[in-house]
Design a protein around this ligand. Sequence first.
Ligand code: NAD
Ligand code: UDP
Length: 335
Amino acid sequence: MRVLITGAGGFLGSHLTDRFLAEGYEVVGVDNFITGSRKNLAHLESEPRFSLVEHDVSRPLHMGSKLDGVLHFASPASPVDYLEYPIQTLKVGGLGTHNTLGIARAHGARYLLASTSEVYGDPEVHPQPEDYWGHVNPVGPRGVYDEAKRYAEAMTMAYHRTHAVDTRIVRIFNTYGPRMRPADGRVVSNFIVQGLRGESMTVYGDGSQTRSFCYVDDEVDGIFRLFKSSRVLPTNIGNPDEFSIRQLAEFVMEETGSTAPLRNLPLPDDDPKVRKPDIRIAREVLGWSPTVDLREGLRRTIPHFHKLVDGEDARSRTLGEDHSDDSASAAATVT
Ligand code: NAD
Ligand code: UDP
């Protein structure tokens, strides 16, 4: 069995690659490293069942050898990243989803789209079940990500209904763990890096907004089970334990030993006030529920950042070469 994973050089894509390899699959990873890093795949250098293609999936890609699965994980995912790359984010959710659905169709392969809890926007229903349509501001700064993913879901369902592609859609809720980029701007990585440096943690707003954090191994297990299942409609995969951002800061202070006072900064536009997945479908259909609580997950994650903060490449944000969004379209063919 052979699968294509886009965004394989990123945080989730690299863990997913490891899981598919561990399950006996061959994996072709595709990434343009706009927000990912080759370091996330360095341990696979001598793995004969893994190959890597450097390519922007918003441009056409032809895959020669037979594929059984396509998992589309390429997209900037941190709010800081998608605000820095708004057009690339819209393109990879739109054109990238179209291109990868085309590959799945051509190969008769199963397709899994990485969607997000952001499709619920700033929710008026709490917790969020899959049949909630959401509350998104299409023209706010976060709209580039939220609407790209909503479009991607619609395109995935259209390929299922029109071309009978065997599709899956996972709505991923805030996931954290080793291999997150220290400077990617998301709250768990920010707080851990700040805690390890003895700096004040930057709490946006008054810190009363909530999130529900899922450890990466749990998330990847849920995604793998969804891929193997027959469920076509969107499925929430996340940890329903809900914390305020201030509580998270207190936990990370305790786990890193930091005593620096918290620093309040303005709340970004349209920042959702609450977020918590309803995971009844994942429990019932996939037999999945998370096993790693936030404390334990932080203890597993902090050592990864320790090494990086000691090595001080933590501030580097620029990892790729050409991130322009308007250069001439170049197709790639992979045999
Ligand atoms: P990440 O930034 O670490 O990884 C994304 C990867 O996609 C990077 O390696 C990046 O270089 C690559 N990429 C982006 N645009 C590309 C393009 N046009 N062509 C090829 N490669 C491209 O982020 P992540 O947290 O690993 O997120 C992975 C996926 O999961 C994304 O689709 C994201 O929307 C989704 N997701 C993640 C979370 C989370 O909490 N981590 C939550 C919801 C959804
Ligand atoms: N946040 C914060 N300090 C930071 C980074 C983020 O208080 O240094 C807040 C952010 O405003 C949001 C929550 O933490 O309310 C989660 O932010 P993140 O960027 O991790 O992901 P989001 O869930 O917003 O996509």
